[in-house]
Design a protein around this ligand. Structure first.
Ligand SMILES: [Zn+2]
Length: 187
């Protein structure tokens, strides 16, 4: 994404002005407020802004068609908009996207999830490497505490485990690829 466009700069300025007005009000009301409180308050608001905005981005990116082509090559008809949830760097994001059902093979498809590589109910691609990094450094329950402190997220030990396993699988795939390219070069 290009952050140097006029539109992005102006939008960021507008968001910053709104946020600073909110925070100045808070500083004036509270007597014993320090910069740490302001920082923490701003992080929480920005996190919530990100969470709501990401949900809106997902919903606005969903295109509703009367029908689409199923992977079995038959027609899958639009049924409804179904709610999904993904655990992102901004927290749990709920969104609605179109759902299609194929009359031929009876399988259901949600094109938005496929297009944006979302696995509903799971950790997002943006969050996974960060949790894996924490989970590799320390125990899963301590990593969950670090996720709370650094990312402001309530994450289960199990999600940390999944993220670490995902990195392990990626590493194995990379090694297999490397081995086969080496074998390919010498045979
Ligand atoms: Zn089908």
């Amino acid at each position: 994404m290009d952050f140097n466009t006029k539109l992005v700069k102006e939008s960021v300025e507008q968001i910053a002005t709104l946020l600073s007005d909110l925070m100045v009000g808070y500083v004036q009301e509270e007597e014993k407020v320090g910069i740490g409180d302001i920082e923490q308050g701003m992080r929480q608001i920005l996190q919530e802004v990100g969470r709501q905005a990401l949900g809106q981005v997902l919903e606005k990116s969903d295109q509703v068609e009367p029908s689409i082509r199923c992977q079995c090559q038959h027609k899958a008809n639009y049924r409804c908009r179904r709610e999904g949830m993904v655990i992102s760097v901004f927290g749990r994001v709920r969104y609605r996207r179109s759902y299609y059902l194929c009359d031929h093979c009876r399988s259901g498809t949600k094109p938005l999830d496929n297009r944006l590589k979302i696995k509903p109910g799971e950790i997002s691609q943006g969050l996974k490497p960060l949790l894996a990094l924490l989970g590799i450094q320390t125990s899963f329950d301590e990593a969950a505490e670090l996720a709370k402190a650094f990312l402001l997220l309530d994450i289960s030990d199990n999600s940390i485990r999944q993220a670490v396993q995902w990195v392990g699988q990626k590493q194995q795939a990379r090694e297999r690829k490397w081995k086969s390219s080496v074998i390919g070069a010498i045979t």
